[in-house]
Design a protein around this ligand. Structure first.
Ligand SMILES: O=C(O)CCC(=O)C(=O)O
Ligand SMILES: [Fe+2]
Length: 365
């Protein structure tokens, strides 16, 4: 175990964790028994695990899209996208053994000594296609997130194999490839319910860019005070998420002012072999608000470190995104303006997580 560093002031802790790339994992490995002040969330951001409701919706069987239950499955997918913005899927085309290999690869990457991971830190990483870091926007956050990550951008196979870390590149590439067909089907179903047909070129423009993250949430001595990820929506069209068996992912169930129903948090329980799908801001914009990006967050635990592996499916950076004209015509009003996706992305990554505030960047009304 590394000698316990003395963090005489908050900047020395920040340096150790963020700048030197030791991450939260490095901090935990010093043997600390209490979380440092920088990780203590304000009371309103802490997760009330005992009062969360448990999502009991069965996973959607995607193989049934090709059989007599097609219409029913389409309704299930579109219904979930309009309401919760979250659902789970099975028979998704990603081999179940690959899911296991992905989780092992994530543990393998993060169990390396800090200096091996720090070579991928922003600013020093040999390529912008692989970035290691901790928390979401450490320079901007009031309280840091209890999470380290490696983020890999997919451009093509050759670049993935050249620049992604060797501990995880092959499985991560296989994950991207084996999930592509499912992503395409899901987008087609969602578009179909909007009355929109995408040709191959438009489909590629809206979903052609992918970012695969491996998130690592070390054990935490004070889970009640911290978050793994704070409240946010993803910037994606859709996100495909593999979570391990530990749990801790919560999604916000919108309240209803008329029925005086308050917003609540619902836990998305791990289901072996399933993948979690969530709707992101891009889909909310394209659909003029019919589909809702899901506000979600992640807790921490004191017993086991957790990994999760999302694929963020996003438009090409140069693509202009706005609500589909057919939908606006029907709705009579556009809720979002046209934005170049790269600008949306810069705004998203340039600010701390703050619920669904990211959507304000494109909001008209
Ligand atoms: O760890 C999880 O379950 C979710 C992570 C997440 O929301 C994200 O990386 O955007
Ligand atoms: Fe997320």
């Amino acid at each position: 175990m590394a000698p316990t560093p003395s963090f005489s002031d908050s900047s020395s802790l920040f340096n150790f964790v963020v700048v030197e790339g030791n991450g939260v994992k490095g901090l935990v490995d010093t043997g600390l028994s209490e979380v440092p002040q920088q990780y203590v969330q304000p009371p309103q951001e802490r997760i009330d695990k005992l009062n969360a409701i448990l999502n009991q919706n069965p996973p959607i069987d995607l193989s049934k899209l090709d059989g007599p239950d097609h219409d029913k499955v389409v309704e299930e997918i579109a219904g979930a996208a309009q309401n919760l913005g979250f659902f789970q899927v099975v028979n998704h085309g990603v081999p179940v053994e690959l899911l296991e290999s992905l989780k092992s690869a994530a543990h393998k990457f993060f169990s390396q000594p800090p200096e091996k991971k720090a070579i991928y830190c922003k600013g020093v990483s040999p390529s912008s296609l692989a970035t290691y870091g901790t928390s979401f926007a450490p320079e901007k956050e009031k309280a840091l997130e209890w999470k380290d990550y490696i983020s890999m951008i997919y451009t093509d196979d050759a670049e993935a194999l050249e620049f992604w870390p060797k501990q995880c590149k092959e499985v991560a590439l296989e994950y991207v490839k084996t999930s592509t067909n499912m992503v395409r089907k899901l987008i087609e179903v969602l578009m179909g319910k909007l009355g929109v047909t995408l040709d191959d070129e438009k489909m590629d423009a809206l979903t052609g860019y992918k970012m695969i993250n491996m998130n690592f949430y070390p054990t935490c001595p004070n889970p009640e005070l911290t978050v793994g990820v704070g409240r946010h929506s993803d910037l994606t069209a859709v996100t495909v998420l593999l979570q391990d068996g530990i749990g801790g992912l919560y999604v916000k169930v919108q309240g209803n002012a008329e029925a005086e129903k308050k917003s609540e948090w619902m836990e998305i329980p791990p289901i072996p072999g399933a993948l979690v799908i969530n709707i992101g801001d891009t889909m909310q914009i394209l659909s003029n608000g019919k589909y809702k990006s899901a506000e979600h967050r992640v807790g921490t635990t004191s017993t086991q470190s957790r990994v999760s592996i999302p694929i963020f499916v996003i438009p090409k950076p140069t693509e202009k995104i706005k609500p589909f004209p057919q939908v606006v015509e029907r709705d009579g009003v556009a809720l979002y303006k046209e934005v170049v996706f790269e600008d949306y992305m810069k705004n998203f990554f340039g600010n701390a997580h703050e619920g669904k505030k990211s959507l304000d960047f494109a909001r008209i009304i």
